[in-house]
Design a binder for this molecule. Structure first.
Ligand code: ATP
Ligand code: MG
Length: 419
């Protein structure tokens, strides 16, 4: 038997309802914030991610799904959404009218060690705002995330925020970190020893070494920010306070992607026993990315969240998802003689926008009623010999079990009033 690939899952059953619930709430939110949908391809040239995500990131060094297509092109399955959207903004010249506010949702691919909340194919939804450099927009973007978690009914969340400044302050900070960690190099994990050479900021991000003394005594980036970055960060915090959004400044938060400038943030699920994959969303400002990808200089800020981890968090908090999976009517022809009548009725009801199903396989009556229950049907419509003769239908409310007879011509009105 062929089985699914390691690190993948089939979205089916209850998960479909939870996914639809999240998507519905997110779509409504996007509408309220005047953010437009964009869908970019799932595969792009490998170069896009090498340049867009960064050569030294975990994603590019060890997590991409790369292959050569039949035309000998180097292709990568998208590991994240931002690079593809930036490409699209440049290629379609969307930057000619700024600001532009976009959202996306879809599958991402990373070759990771699968575990709970960590898959090789997973879904992210996110927002990217181009052409607004203000700290107010950073705060606004964070508020969208927080609002989303509130709306879906998640209670235990924690926002962590930091500023990693501009390129120059980061360079100075980088040198300070190299100096600081030099004597402790042998105490650090193998990954961190590599990071020391390539991207020492990422040492602060390390989950293995996080409790070591040299981590706590490391210099803090806030002391290396220039006046402009400091003011930007202070203003972001001011607006968050104004919007009554709780946050915690985390001076070790540097984020894994190379493209961030100034504000970076992560949202954690703070639920007992939730486990270690508890970062349910993250983002930041990336003022240089569009230009680095050969576009004009356009500032940007955005976030992405992981759908599966949010579903896990909802489960851990036992949040009941409001589902829309009930059926309006289940039509039961009593015998084969009423089958044609039933087919016409079902067709007509669907044209009137009711969700309707019927049994085509000629099951026994009790089995048909069971089927109606399985589909959560609100009404069962029974068509027998008498119903056809009198042009009436028997309608059973499947909750109260009450039965009424309704003229065929009045059926739509009856359902309109009662559903
Ligand atoms: P982590 O540190 O957990 O690996 P990350 O920094 O790689 O996360 P991002 O690239 O910022 O994650 O992606 C944003 C969000 O997408 C994460 O906060 C998480 O919720 C989700 N996510 C990332 N990788 C995976 C994965 N392999 N499986 C499921 N969700 C993921
Ligand atoms: Mg990762």
């Amino acid at each position: 038997m062929i089985q699914k690939q390691k690190g993948t899952y089939d979205m089916q059953g209850e998960m479909v309802e939870k996914y639809n619930y999240l998507k519905r709430i997110f779509q409504d939110l996007m509408n309220e914030y005047n953010i437009k949908y964009i869908d970019t391809p799932i595969f792009e040239s490998s170069d896009l991610y090498h340049r867009g995500v960064g050569e030294t990131t975990d994603i590019v060094t060890k997590e991409t799904y790369d292959f050569k297509d039949r035309g000998d092109r180097n292709i990568t399955l998208r590991p994240e959404g931002t690079a593809g959207i930036v490409r699209s903004v440049i290629e379609n010249k969307l930057y000619t009218t700024l600001p532009i506010k976009l959202w996306y949702e879809g599958p991402m691919f990373r070759y990771e060690r699968p575990q709970s909340g960590r898959y090789r194919q997973f879904r992210q939804a996110g927002v990217e705002i181009f052409g607004d450099p203000t700290p107010l927009m950073d705060a606004n973007v964070i508020s969208i995330m927080v609002k989303f978690y509130e709306r879906i009914g998640l209670r235990g969340i924690k926002v962590r925020i930091n500023s990693i400044g501009n390129k120059e302050s980061r360079e100075n900070y980088r040198n300070a970190l190299l100096e600081h960690f030099k004597p402790y190099l042998n105490d650090l994990c193998e990954d961190c020893q590599n990071r020391y050479e390539k991207n020492p900021l990422r040492i602060l991000d390390c989950k293995v070494d996080s409790d070591k003394e040299c981590m706590n005594t490391a210099p803090k980036i806030v002391d290396y920010l220039d006046e402009k970055s400091k003011k930007h960060f202070d203003d972001v915090l001011k607006y968050l306070d104004l919007m009554d959004i709780k946050y915690k400044i985390d001076d070790k938060l540097v984020r894994g992607l190379d493209y961030y400038t100034d504000t970076v943030f992560e949202v954690e699920a703070e639920i007992e026993g939730f486990g270690s994959q508890n970062v349910i969303g993250a983002g930041g400002r990336y003022n240089n990315l569009v230009e680095n990808m050969d576009g004009p200089s356009v500032p940007a800020v955005g976030f992405a969240f992981g759908i599966e981890r949010i579903i896990n968090a909802l489960d851990a908090e036992d949040v009941k998802v409001i589902s829309d999976n009930s059926l309006d009517c289940y039509v039961i022809p009593v015998s084969e003689n009423e089958l044609e009548n039933a087919v016409m009725l079902v067709n007509n009801l669907r044209d009137n926008a009711f969700s309707v199903d019927m049994d085509y396989t000629n099951k026994k009556m009790p089995a048909k009623f069971k089927e109606a229950d399985r589909y959560n049907a609100k009404f069962i419509i029974i068509i027998g010999e008498e119903e056809v003769k009198n042009n009436k239908l028997t309608i059973k409310d499947n909750l109260t079990k009450e039965e009424v007879k309704v003229e065929r011509d009045n059926l739509i009105d009856y359902l309109d009033v009662n559903i």
